[in-house]
Write a protein that binds this ligand. Structure first.
Ligand code: SAH
Length: 200
């Protein structure tokens, strides 16, 4: 997408991966004609497919490369997940809403992607496969989940929008040592909220 190139949010490798993913398949057919515009759209269960600009920014911030094991929180439409797969990452992704999980899991396989997908609670992460080189949260968290910080590899990075309600700050946590993290604020973000475990 030329618009993304002009925004200079990400490198050519990330742009190439975004360009490879057929975004029109991820949208409801009503919005198909807008699939390659820089906009977010509604998907099932009252959720949204992230704006390409947001996907570009988060993917870039993750600082992961081909072969790295990464964990995504909020599979949603599977679009961000597909971009990470295109970059050769070993993707594990968790979705909290059964309806979306049931739609997206077979759909991504049909498109030829093979991430490991789970129906579960992103606040807990996925400890059995930890540590992860990168963890990317695609919903707005009220605060950073401790479990995700613990499941990060030393040298790894967590990218997470933090804030209450519809607006957050895009924050990264770098794990420098066993109990040492550095945090950085990358500016404004707007994601659907991260849901609590109870509301199944
Ligand atoms: N990455 C997605 C973005 C979807 S919107 C895409 O590219 O389309 C955010 C998603 O996070 C929604 O699907 C929502 O159901 C999910 N979500 C919200 N709270 C969650 C939680 N606690 N654990 C896992 N997923 C969650």
């Amino acid at each position: 997408m030329q618009e993304l190139r002009e925004l200079e949010l990400c490198n050519e490798e990330v742009l190439a991966a975004i360009n490879k993913v057929p975004r029109h398949f991820f949208l409801d057919s009503t919005f198909e004609q807008f699939a390659y515009t820089n906009k977010a759209f509604p998907i099932a269960s009252g959720q949204t497919i992230s704006q390409p600009q947001t996907v570009a920014q988060q993917t870039q911030l993750l600082l992961c490369k081909s072969g790295d094991k990464v964990l995504e929180i909020g599979t949603g439409s599977g679009y961000q997940c597909a971009v990470l797969c295109e970059l050769g990452m070993k993707v594990h992704s968790i979705e909290r809403q059964k309806e979306l999980f049931d739609l997206t899991a077979p759909f991504l396989i049909k498109l030829g992607y093979s991430p490991d997908l789970y129906y579960g609670d992103g606040y807990k992460g996925k400890e059995v496969y930890a540590p992860y080189q990168g963890i990317i949260v695609t919903c707005g968290a009220p605060k950073v989940p401790e479990a995700l910080l613990k499941q990060l590899a030393i040298g790894g990075r967590l990218v997470i929008p933090i804030g209450d309600g519809e607006s957050q700050r895009m924050i990264t946590y770098d794990r420098l040592g066993e109990n040492e993290y550095s945090m950085k604020d990358h500016g404004f973000a707007a994601f659907v909220p991260m849901l609590e475990a109870k509301a199944r």
